[in-house]
Each structure stands twice: as C-alpha cells, then as structure tokens.
Design a protein around this ligand. Structure first.
Ligand SMILES: Nc1ncnc2c1ncn2[C@@H]1O[C@H](COP(=O)(O)OP(=O)(O)O)[C@@H](O)[C@H]1O
Ligand SMILES: [Mg+2]
Length: 222
C-alpha cells in the first residue's frame, strides 16, 4: 500500500527540496519526487493514469509550493492509501519566467491548473501573463483562488482582487486560503497541514485547505 497522492517538484530553485529531505516521525504523508532536471520524467507522469493538477503562477512567493503540498496532504488524508497506484498528482512549478520551458512541460500533461493569487495588486500582471500566455492558449481547465488573505487587513484588497479576477472572466474558487503564521512556520519546518497540532487556530488554518480541495473536486471532504 502506498499513498494515492504524489507530489512532484519541478522548481529548480527548489523551495520544495526540504520537503523531500524530511525524515523521522513527521515524514510526509504522500509520495514526493523532484523532476526539474528531468523533462522526460515530467512527460511520463501522464502514463500514471492519475489526474494531474498543476499549481502555477509565474510570480514567486504567491504560495504555489505551500498550496501544492497542502492540497496533496488533505487529499491524501481523505483518500488514504491505495493499492492501485496514484489517483492525484500535484505538480509544483517554477515561479519565474526563466524556467518557462519547465512550466510548459507541466502544462502539457495537466488535467487542470490551480492558480494562487495573493490579494495584492502588485501580483496581478504576472498572474495575467501566466493565464493569457501559457494557460488559455492551451485550452486548459483552470481555477484561481485567493491565497494568504489576512482578515486583519480588512476586505478592501480582497474585494479588489476578486473584482479584478471576475472582470477578467477567470474562474475563481469561493474558498479563500487565509494567511496564518502557522503556514509560514510550517513551510520552514517542512510540516504539512494534516500534521499541525490539534489546537483551534491550526484547525482553522487546515480547514481552509480541506474546503478548497473539496471545491476543486479533489475529494477533500471528510
Ligand atoms: N496562506 C498562507 N499563510 C501564511 N503564509 C503563507 C501562505 N501561503 C504562503 N505562505 C508563505 O509565503 C511564502 C511563499 O510561499 P511559497 O509557497 O513558497 O510561494 P511560491 O512557491 O509561489 O514561491 C512562504 O514563506 C510561505 O510559507
Ligand atoms: Mg515555490
């Protein structure tokens, strides 16, 4: 029996490397592999017969890696282990224009694309570029969602971002991933949401990912 969820890192800058180095008790619940220097490996993912969810946005720091590992964690938690191979593959992609060929290789095998957008007008241009230059020309199914909204900042930036996305006609998930310090800390420690302690804040933070996975149709419900 192994996980029915595989995470693939394709970012040469490797913000996901430390997830792979994890050992011991808090070992990652899903399977993990790196393929940034392996275009054939990326292409071959298609042969797994799984749904391939590509997390993309050519702006760095918007939460691609955090989204990838945490969606994978909640879907693994829901589906458990399987004897019959992977059902869902989550692919993390590079966050810059230099590595556009890697993003292209990932999009070539994508079932769908998930695009984190922070509620910050500064991120809009890079996001728009990714969608209009890389995703829409391929006719791919994609969804945006708002990542790292801090309720303490008020709703103005959130609503401006939602209005921008809607005006562009891009599909937008209703689920919002809020900004929590525990997420930032967890990425430094290589911990995923399903490994958070069972206190109220951590449960709220984790719930956001269950809700998003469910809305995206990945079976994130419990
Ligand atoms: N919802 C969130 N709440 C708090 N911190 C977040 C959240 N999403 C991302 N971060 C933090 O923002 C930083 C950038 O996120 P990351 O996933 O590495 O972005 P990318 O892969 O797009 O470059 C990391 O320090 C991460 O922990
Ligand atoms: Mg990253």
């Amino acid at each position: 029996m192994s996980s029915s969820v595989l995470v693939v890192s394709t970012d040469p800058q490797g913000s996901a490397i430390w997830w792979a180095d994890r050992v011991g008790d808090a070992k990652l619940p899903f399977d993990f592999t790196q393929a940034h220097d392996d275009p054939d490996g990326i292409a071959n993912l298609k042969n797994l017969g799984a749904q391939i969810h590509v997390i993309a946005n050519q702006k760095g720091g918007v939460g691609k890696t955090t989204t990838t590992v945490n969606l994978a964690a909640v879907v693994h938690d829901t589906l458990g282990s399987a004897a019959s191979g992977y059902k869902h593959v989550f692919v993390d992609t590079p966050g810059n224009l230099e590595n556009e060929h890697i993003l292209a290789a990932c999009l070539d095998i994508a079932t769908d694309v998930v695009i984190p957008i922070p509620p910050e007008p500064l991120a809009f241009d890079a996001t728009a570029r990714t969608i209009t230059m890389a995703i829409q020309p391929r006719g791919l199914s994609f969804r945006t969602f708002i990542n790292a909204w801090d309720p303490r900042d008020g709703r103005a930036d959130l609503e401006e971002t939602e209005a921008y996305v809607d005006a562009k006609g891009w599909p937008r998930a209703r689920s919002i991933i809020r900004r929590y310090k525990i997420h930032t800390r967890a990425s430094a420690e290589g911990v995923v949401v399903t490994q958070y302690p069972k206190n109220r804040i951590a449960m709220e933070a984790r719930e956001d990912y269950f809700r998003l996975a469910l809305e995206l149709g990945y079976g994130g419900g419990r």
